[in-house]
Design a protein around this ligand. Structure first.
Ligand SMILES: NC(=O)c1ccc[n+]([C@@H]2O[C@H](COP(=O)([O-])OP(=O)(O)OC[C@H]3O[C@@H](n4cnc5c(N)ncnc54)[C@H](OP(=O)(O)O)[C@@H]3O)[C@@H](O)[C@H]2O)c1
Length: 315
């Protein structure tokens, strides 16, 4: 029996990872580490076979180490800015080492943050800083890098202007962009957790498309012509993000608008592009494409809610 402890197992991605872990093999037990007080873990997992809940504050060193004791792997799916990606995860890492855990998967689940220009992306640099801690720790580490969550193309990442039939790009409409759905990321994270031979980084991309590809896909799906729209250079966007950051009141907000801009800077500059994608590592899989995501999204809109005609060309 392999025991996988997941921190942040009550979150959006974490829940999906728990589901995948339980579905992948009956020889896995899952321990959900949650902060005291919310009751979410109880609501989600109480009474579930092969799932146990452990409550501990990340500031309680002894409590954390006790919660991690006996776990083979720690999967972090916590979310936040500096206080979480650095402080919380450092506490988790120390407890993992103290408890003799053999493997650790940090809460990366992002584009490739390793080569980005300093000052260009706060959230990526927090991950890069924590990666240095991980590399100095006496356990095995695997990061999962997956580009942006494809699910965000339907709203959170404002690149497709559905009503104006435009797809925004910065600098080049032909820059390759990596996207993976949350479910496909969760599937991979579960497999990595159970793969003792996993390398330091596993890169996956459910789909790799350009802004021009997205415009074509939208045109094909809606029967209405979508065109690409230059929104500036990545340099201009980077400057706008810097101003947004300076004006923002809360540096600890996880995904402020300026951080979204920084994400696009990293993607459209090519600095965060994945270079060693290995989608086959865990066998054949029907990866969800950007087209799949957009088609499902369009299917949920009423024709009146969007000016685009929904359906395939000619339909
Ligand atoms: N590549 C992308 O495009 C993309 C997009 C979105 C997210 N992500 C990444 O995916 C990962 C998971 O994100 P998510 O959206 O699933 O997260 P989420 O749903 O917001 O939350 C994850 C969990 O983190 C824990 N948490 C929240 N605040 C915390 C704090 N201050 N200290 C300690 N734990 C805290 C909570 O667990 P408890 O309350 O049970 O302790 C929460 O359920 C993060 O690394 C995030 O940055 C990537």
């Amino acid at each position: 029996m392999t025991t996988v402890l997941i921190a942040g197992g009550t979150g959006d991605l974490g829940r999906r990872v728990v589901r995948e872990l339980l579905a992948t093999t009956p020889d896995t037990s899952v321990r959900v580490l949650t902060r005291p007080g919310s009751g979410t873990a109880e609501r989600l997992y109480a009474g579930q076979k092969r799932v146990e809940i452990r409550e501990a504050a990340y500031t309680d060193r002894a409590g954390l180490a006790a919660a991690l004791s006996g776990a083979d792997v720690v999967v972090s799916a916590v979310s936040g800015a500096r206080a979480v990606i650095l402080d919380t995860q450092r506490a988790l890492l120390s407890a993992a080492v103290e408890a003799g855990v053999r493997r650790f998967i940090p809460s990366d689940y992002s584009a490739d943050y390793r080569r980005i220009t300093p000052g260009s992306n706060r959230n990526f640099e927090l991950r890069r800083t924590f990666a240095a801690d991980l590399d100095a720790a006496p356990l095995r580490v695997t990061s999962v890098l997956n580009g942006a969550f494809a699910d965000m193309l339907t709203g959170q990442a404002p690149m497709i202007l559905f009503k104006r039939h435009k797809v925004l790009y910065w600098s080049s409409p032909d820059q390759s962009l990596d996207f993976t759905t949350k479910d496909d990321v969760a599937r991979t994270v579960a497999r990595v957790a159970l793969d003792d031979a996993a390398p330091r980084v596993v890169e996956i991309a459910g789909d790799r498309v350009t802004a021009r590809d997205i415009a074509r896909i939208m045109t094909e799906l809606t029967g209405t012509t979508f065109t690409t729209q230059w929104a500036g250079t990545t340099g201009i966007l980077s400057a706008a993000a810097r101003i947004g950051r300076r004006l923002s009141k809360d540096e600890d907000e996880t995904f402020p608008a300026w951080q979204g801009m920084q994400y696009f800077v990293s993607m459209f500059s090519g600095e965060a592009e994945l270079n060693h994608v290995d989608n086959e590592r865990y066998g054949p899989h029907d990866w969800t494409t950007v087209r799949d995501v957009l088609e499902a999204h369009l299917g949920t809109l009423s024709p009146r809610a969007d000016t685009a005609t929904i359906g395939r060309p000619g339909s």
